[in-house]
Design a protein around this ligand. Structure first.
Ligand code: COA
Length: 389
């Protein structure tokens, strides 16, 4: 198997529901980030063999193979093919795994993986409002449940308290605030020009450039403790759950041959990847076996990893993962996560890989491990190794 190099990774800022990015179509947001990644990397668009995108709610404005629509909307070469995949919240991390596998197998030389979700315009669940795919043959085996219920069940299993989830939510906000104060995210962000909308959500004809994440809030332990539980939840509040957001992210990968022939700069190597299945009822425990499996594949141990990016779908997901594996919280989500920054589902996997790469570059670390829980009971895992530049 050949080596797979990351030559570029970038993302849009993460927009708050109904705010700065919400006036854009998903294809335009994703297209702007695809174009931004190409421009930054110096990769000739004609040399991209395939684009693989992730998106969760593939309906309406996010239907019809959104990764392809985004690419074509930028006037990029029509000969470059694209596919959109659905591994729920892990979609764009799995898109990266699929692209890396194609390069490792020698099938393709350059693959762009990416993801988008504009939850302001295409709310979660929009693709199932006319019916559920789970019929009697499914319910014979598993009781359909929700991510909220799963997150509560995990908290119960690992004896996680409200005090712990609130402390986690506060830390996420504080770390994200520090990261922005210190301009840690600036390098990974493609500023996005978006229409300014009026109070009725109609375009004003003006545009604005959005270049900063919008989810962060001034938060204190007292304000978090005062929040009501999310309906149907036993422990989580809006301050300890991932936010509903808009965003896109993109990773460009290349083979050793492409790096040499096209004069590209390899910034990291993809060391190992995985996608595992877990109980679809508790649903969100995937990062635990995914971490074990991807470490095993890489021949590495937890001690070898400099930073972990584990998606903050809900505080209990990351706390259970830390407890189960004995992880050092000081190495985890050092710049905050989806609780503070937001979680535009289909784009978050590529966003976490992007943030991990830039954090390794900032700190001089070697290995980062990225893991996510996904609806329906999946877990994603990726290990990347920064290369000395
Ligand atoms: C949890 C969830 C239901 C909250 O939605 P919401 O109620 O619309 O959230 P809001 O942002 O309006 O916050 C609710 C309240 O909490 C407050 N709040 C939220 N975070 C806070 C914080 N960190 N500190 C203080 N107050 C906070 C808000 O100010 C708001 O108060 P208000 O009602 O007085 O205005 C929503 O974010 C959600 O569904 N998250 C999960 C998404 C998901 O399933 N993703 C995919 C799978 S993981």
């Amino acid at each position: 198997m050949g080596d797979v190099y990351i030559v570029e990774a970038c993302r849009s800022p993460i927009g708050k529901r109904g705010k700065g990015l919400a006036g854009l179509k998903p294809a335009d947001l994703l297209g702007a980030v695809q174009k931004g990644a190409l421009d930054r990397s110096g990769v000739n668009p004609e040399k991209v063999d395939q684009v693989i995108g992730g998106c969760v709610s593939q309906v309406g404005e996010q239907a019809f193979n959104i990764a392809r629509v985004a690419w074509l909307s930028q006037g990029l070469p029509l000969e470059v093919a694209a596919t959109t995949v659905d591994s729920q919240c892990g979609s764009s991390q799995q898109a990266t795994t699929m692209g890396a596998s194609m390069i490792a197998a020698g099938v393709e030389e350059v693959v762009m993986s990416c993801g988008v979700e504009m939850m302001s315009r295409v709310p979660l669940g929009s693709n199932v409002k006319d019916g559920s795919p789970m019929g009697e043959s499914y319910t014979k085996h598993y009781q359909p449940t929700s991510q909220f219920k799963g997150a509560s069940m995990i908290a119960e299993e690992y004896q996680i308290t409200r005090k712990e989830t609130d402390a986690f939510g506060l830390a996420s906000q504080q770390k994200a605030a520090t990261a922005w104060e210190e301009n840690r995210f600036e390098r990974e962000i493609v500023p996005i020009e978006a229409p300014v909308m009026d109070k009725e959500f109609k375009p004003t004809g003006k545009t604005q450039v959005i270049s900063k994440d919008e989810g962060m809030r001034a938060t204190s332990a007292e304000s978090l403790a005062a929040l009501n539980l999310v309906p149907g939840q036993d422990i989580h509040t809006a301050g300890t759950s991932s936010q509903i957001s808009d965003g896109a992210a993109c990773v460009i990968m290349a083979s050793e041959k492409a790096v040499k022939e096209q004069g590209l700069k390899p910034r990291a190597k993809i060391v190992a990847t995985t996608l595992v299945g877990v109980d679809p009822v508790t649903m969100l425990k995937g990062p635990i076996p995914a971490t074990r499996k991807v470490l095993d594949r890489a021949g590495l141990t937890l001690e070898d990893i400099d930073i972990f990016e584990v998606n903050e779908a809900f505080a209990s997901v990351v706390l259970a993962w830390e407890k189960d594996l004995g992880i050092d919280p000081a190495k985890t989500n050092v710049n905050g996560g989806a609780i503070a920054l937001g979680h535009p589902t289909g784009s978050t996997g590529a966003r976490l890989i992007t943030t991990a790469l830039h954090e390794l570059e900032r700190t001089g670390g070697k290995y980062a491990l990225i893991a996510m829980c996904c609806g329906g009971g999946l877990g994603t895992g990726t290990i990347i190794e920064r290369l000395d530049g």
